[in-house]
Design a protein around this ligand. Structure first.
Ligand SMILES: NC(=O)c1ccc[n+]([C@@H]2O[C@H](COP(=O)([O-])OP(=O)(O)OC[C@H]3O[C@@H](n4cnc5c(N)ncnc54)[C@H](O)[C@@H]3O)[C@@H](O)[C@H]2O)c1
Ligand SMILES: O=P(O)(O)OC[C@H](O)CO
Length: 325
């Protein structure tokens, strides 16, 4: 199965490295000419994954036509750009493996749902889990959820992408795998706020647990399975991104917690903090589904410029409730 990767950011590059680990040819489409040039000439993506020597089997291209020879396409553009990028590519019936984590603004669609709208004949799979790109690219042990409604497709993709240090776990719960990845980015911002505002380790653990409760409420309302939400793509990724400044979402939250403005923190960033874009659309989607998501609502208020003390005070002053509700 010849793999094509759409998106030359940190994660697309790391996944190309995984797919090329046995020396198989991999085609990587990137928007930035300097990324294409750097990978082909020097086997390095200096813009998004500097310092990692890449396999010479990875060939980068700026021409989407070069993806025509691939049997399966990994979609690794940021969630808000998946529709635009996929619209440029003739996909037909080839499988699309969605690796972005987010919900599309305006439509409130998960990226897999966007892919189905743009390419209705393409089978869809989702690859998601606790995966810092620099660790995966460095060959450190990593496990992911690989979800596909078609079990045979899920098995074929898992076998093709598995590497000694990269272990996919198969699932048929595409929606569950997507919701975990999208929601955890918003919750990681909240955990960063706790860190930046110096609220302590108890508060961080409380946020992870209560954040997981709201991820679960939303996921179940949208048809996800509880086991998926408690697995690698849900709780696993939540724990990772709520614990480390290696997470762009957590780092954004640290800045917000220190009282800096979201607009300043997001200005001129080359890298993507998906939670900032997913938070407002997740709040809308939760309201539409009748699901209470107080941590998500608090993150939205902070992104809109509300003072940290006011937002945290309001979160703590809510009426007491049953833990299981
Ligand atoms: N970096 C990670 O560790 C990691 C791990 C798992 C999943 N992801 C997810 O992968 C997706 C891509 O993130 P990344 O970390 O590879 O990106 P990145 O932050 O490293 O790079 C930004 C990417 O956005 C692209 N981009 C910017 N403007 C664009 C536009 N107008 N149209 C199309 N593309 C545009 C750039 O070309 C580049 O590929 C995100 O959804 C992210 O949540 C990232
Ligand atoms: O840096 P972040 O916050 O986008 O997190 C990257 C990955 O999603 C971690 O699994």
């Amino acid at each position: 199965m010849k793999i094509g990767v759409i998106g030359g950011g940190a994660w697309g590059t790391a996944l190309a490295q995984v797919a090329a680990h046995r020396g198989e040819p991999v085609t990587l489409w990137a928007r930035e000419p300097e990324v294409v040039e750097g990978i082909n000439a020097g086997h390095e993506n200096r813009l998004f994954l500097a310092g990692v020597p890449l396999s010479p089997s990875i060939r980068a291209t700026a021409d989407v036509g070069d993806l025509a020879a691939c049997d399966a396409l990994l979609v690794v553009a940021p969630a808000q750009h998946v529709r635009g990028v996929l619209s440029q590519i003739a996909v037909g019936t080839r499988p699309l493996v969605l690796c972005a984590k987010g919900i599309e603004a305006g439509t409130r669609l998960l990226v897999g749902e966007v892919a189905r709208q743009v390419h209705p004949q393409a089978p869809v799979a989702v690859l998601s889990g606790p995966t810092f790109a620099h660790e995966v690219a460095a060959g450190l042990p990593t496990a992911v959820t690989l979800a596909a409604a078609d079990e045979a497709l899920g098995r074929a993709l898992s076998e093709r992408l598995a590497a000694p240090q990269f272990r996919p776990y198969a699932s048929r719960d595409v929606v569950g795998a997507e919701i975990g990845g999208a929601v955890k980015n918003v919750l990681a911002i909240a955990c960063g706020v706790v860190d930046g505002a110096g609220l302590g380790q108890n508060a961080r653990a409380a946020l992870i647990a209560r954040g997981f409760a709201e991820m679960t409420r939303f996921g179940l309302a949208r048809g996800a399975r509880a086991e998926t939400l408690a697995g690698l793509s849900g709780l696993g990724d939540l724990v990772l991104t709520c614990s480390s400044t290696s997470s762009r979402n957590f780092s954004l939250g640290v800045g917000l917690g220190q009282g800096r403005a979201a607009a300043d923190l997001l200005a001129d960033r080359r890298t993507v903090a998906e939670g900032a874009f997913t938070a407002p659309v997740l709040r809308e989607a939760a309201a539409a589904a009748g699901v209470d998501m107080p941590v998500t609502a608090a993150v939205c208020r902070l992104l809109e410029g509300a003072p940290v003390d006011d937002v945290i005070g309001a979160l703590l002053a809510r009426p007491l409730r049953q833990e299981a509700s």
